[in-house]
Design a protein around this ligand. Structure first.
Ligand SMILES: Cc1cc2nc3c(=O)[nH]c(=O)nc-3n(C[C@H](O)[C@H](O)[C@H](O)COP(=O)(O)O)c2cc1C
Length: 299
């Protein structure tokens, strides 16, 4: 069976990893290193790990013979170090900070974790070698590691911060209206979805409605608030164009009597019922306890 290597590489890349720089010295004492995401922890007793140097590396022979090598797990923000050890042809070690805390093996400064290993085994495997090392020194820092996936680098810490100032996730909700009624989930809350990191809340909601075969369009934002326990909430109003399955139809006028467990949502639904009665809607901006309602006029 003929497999397309590029397609295979792309499929492999769906497996998200961290990023490491693998280092050693030539017999003459010159530092060599390359970026690797083939790092895997193998065993605690004895303490073993592996990386897979490929035969395309300029330092391949050095690593195949190395008696000792190091692995620096890069921290978020160290994309430039990863690129340096993946691409640069200049002296890589002159362009980054490093130290040699054990056995003279360079480890990258600012790493999330570092390991120095005695060579345990080197098993040729296709166009790579599985280099298994026995850990003789390790350290770690209180820093999130740098991630690598199909879209390139990512970092957990930054993704979390981007989600909401409080560090929590973003949830989008929608008030689905039809002829004076609203559609709610079985627990009487409006449909709520988690917005993936970096995703637009509006797109996320449109996709979720489509996936659930709910024919509706989110048309205005009704509330944006931070809930200390739940993160940021963005609630849309939307119009239903075909009766959705699996949701409860409730008269908007009955919303104040629902007594939802989520007090912020209950207060939002109560306000919605009151505003719906006068057809004069406001936009809420605040947190779960207090905020401002700005008039949006009639709709
Ligand atoms: C994120 C990332 C992960 C990589 N993982 C590996 C790996 O596990 N094994 C490998 O041989 N090359 C890997 N590479 C490619 C090498 O880093 C790159 O080919 C190498 O640095 C080239 O070094 P050279 O110029 O000394 O040959 C990776 C590259 C990147 C950007």
């Amino acid at each position: 069976m003929n497999l397309d290597p590029n397609a295979l590489r792309s499929a492999f890349s769906r497996f998200m990893t961290g990023v490491t720089v693998v280092t050693t010295r030539t017999p003459e004492g010159e530092e060599v290193g390359f970026t690797a995401n083939s790092f895997t922890s193998v065993s605690l007793n004895p303490p073993l790990l592996l990386v897979c140097p490929g035969n395309h590396l300029s330092s391949f022979d050095v690593f195949c013979r190395a008696k000792i090598f190091g692995v620096s797990v890069l921290a978020e923000g160290q994309e430039d170090v990863s690129n340096l050890f993946a691409a640069s042809k200049e002296d890589r070690f002159a362009q980054c900070k490093w130290s040699a805390p054990h056995g003279g093996i360079p480890l990258i400064t600012g790493r999330a974790a570092g390991f120095v290993c005695d060579r345990h085994a080197a098993v040729p495997m296709g166009d790579h070698v599985i280099l298994i090392g026995q850990v003789v020194h390790f350290d770690q820092a209180d820093r999130p590691g740098l991630g690598y996936g199909p879209d390139g680098y990512f970092s957990q810490g930054k993704e979390r911060q981007a989600q909401a100032p409080g560090g929590g996730p973003i949830t989008a909700g929608i008030l689905l209206e039809q002829d004076g009624d609203i559609y709610l989930e079985a627990d009487m809350a409006p449909p709520l979805i988690e917005v993936a990191p970096g995703q637009s809340p509006l797109n996320a909601m449109q996709e979720a409605l489509q996936a659930q075969q709910i024919e509706a369009t989110p048309d205005v934002v009704y509330a944006v608030y931070d809930d200390a326990g739940l993160g940021r909430r963005i609630v849309f109003r939307g119009t239903v164009t075909a009766t959705p399955n699996g949701l409860q139809r409730v008269a908007i006028a009955d919303l104040p009597g629902l007594a939802l467990r989520d007090a912020a949502l209950q207060s939002l639904l109560t306000r919605f019922a009151q505003e719906h009665a006068t057809q004069s809607f406001g936009f809420y901006l605040g947190d779960q306890d207090s905020g401002d309602v700005m008039s949006m006029g009639e709709r």
